[in-house]
Design a protein around this ligand. Structure first.
Ligand code: ATP
Ligand code: MG
Length: 351
């Protein structure tokens, strides 16, 4: 009866709980939500109690601009929960927001994605946070499986498919066949680390101190993985390290590329290790079908082409790469009863 009701109310929910962004799929509606995984809190000076003042987009807009007593935080780091209470709170706020402030989504069944190489404890903590946030049942699925389903790869067939997801905190690669992961590899470094590298480069080469949000803007505006036909310049504003005064300086796309290159090299190595371990019959399928690239960093200029050259295989950027995982989680959700049997990696936790 409950299951029937939850279906009617469209309250089954799929969540791609990412380090940088949370994307939510609601059964019968599709993707309804895509906001930064960010929370802003105010600490009461007397009691030390913490009040949530914003979540998602609103909280991200406050990063680096908060007054005394207010802080912004990303409760996930490197794809896993770093701050348990805040993750639970954030999920609860997102569910309320999606329900339009009503209790419609207060007890949904939830399928949530986790990086493939998480530990049992990390996996359990995602389930517990989801249940704690008000879910009636919680299931987890490995991100590469969700991403592959989301982009429509034929993962149930005895054919090799390769998916590479580069997000904010994790880079993951998986070779899938017959509904399961054959080989996977991951790196706890991705888009956020590129931002940090840009930040460090500006400090060192330009004596310019900037915030994380500005570093991300620079990466998106002029970042690249291969030399550009027309290299670009950008004016970056921040604080002069020498005298503490505001400063604006011109930075070139060449410098930005050099700064983020070490992270790209690490990603290439991670994929090479996975390819080396791949059975030859599946390698053949991958060359035929290509490597599918998802996650926000797949949009970095020249990234797909660079990977294609270094890995010697076609690389195809997924359509809407930021939404692949959530779409796949949605597919699992819409066929939960059959998927449960097929996907060994789906787990259940109940209240
Ligand atoms: N056009 C772009 N060029 C380069 N990087 C981009 C671009 N658009 C988004 N990004 C980066 O993609 C990252 C976010 O990607 P995504 O939403 O897939 O991550 P996530 O799923 O939250 O993280 P994870 O899967 O690692 O937990 C951020 O680092 C962001 O700066
Ligand atoms: Mg992700």
């Amino acid at each position: 009866m409950f299951r029937f009701l939850s279906g009617v109310l469209g309250s089954d929910v799929g969540i791609d709980l990412g380090t940088a962004n949370t994307v939510v799929y609601v059964s019968g509606k599709g993707i309804v939500f895509n906001e930064p995984s960010c929370v802003a809190v105010r600490k009461r000076s007397k009691s030390g109690k913490v009040d949530i003042i914003a979540v998602g987009k609103e909280a991200k807009a406050m990063v680096g601009k908060t007054p005394i007593g207010v802080t912004t935080l990303q409760p996930l780091q490197d794809g896993v929960i770093a701050n348990y209470d805040m993750t639970e709170t954030m999920i609860r706020h997102f569910l309320i927001k999606i329900g339009g402030g009503t209790k419609l989504l207060s007890h949904p069944r939830v399928v949530i994605s986790v990086p493939a190489e998480v530990t049992e404890v990390e996996r359990r903590s995602v389930i517990d946070a989801t249940l704690g946030a008000g879910a009636k049942e919680a299931y987890v699925v490995e991100e590469p499986i969700a991403a592959a389903l989301g982009v429509g790869l034929p993962i149930q067939e005895p054919r090799g498919s390769m998916i590479l997801d580069i997000g904010g905190g994790t880079s993951e690669v998986a070779i899938l066949s017959m509904g399961g992961i054959v080989i996977s590899n991951s790196l706890r470094a991705a888009g956020n680390d590129m931002d940090e590298a840009i930040l460090a480069m500006l400090r060192q080469n330009h004596g310019l101190l900037i915030g994380e949000s500005t570093a991300e803007e620079v990466k998106i505006a002029v970042g690249s993985a291969l030399p550009l036909e027309d290299e670009k310049d950008i004016v970056v504003k921040g604080r002069d390290l020498a005298n503490g005064l505001p400063k604006a300086d011109t930075v070139s796309s060449v410098e930005v590329r050099e700064a983020i290159n070490p992270i790209i090299l690490k990603i290439e190595d991670m994929v090479k290790v996975a390819l080396e371990k791949t059975p030859p019959e599946l390698s053949k399928d991958i060359v035929d079908q290509g490597i599918i690239l998802s996650g926000g960093v797949s949009q970095l200029a020249g990234f797909a082409e660079r990977l294609s050259r270094s890995l010697n295989a076609p690389v195809i950027v997924a359509e809407d790469p930021l939404l692949s995982v959530a779409r796949g989680v949605g597919k699992i959700l819409d066929n939960l009863d059959t998927m449960k049997k097929i996907l060994m990696s789906v787990e259940r936790g109940t209240r």
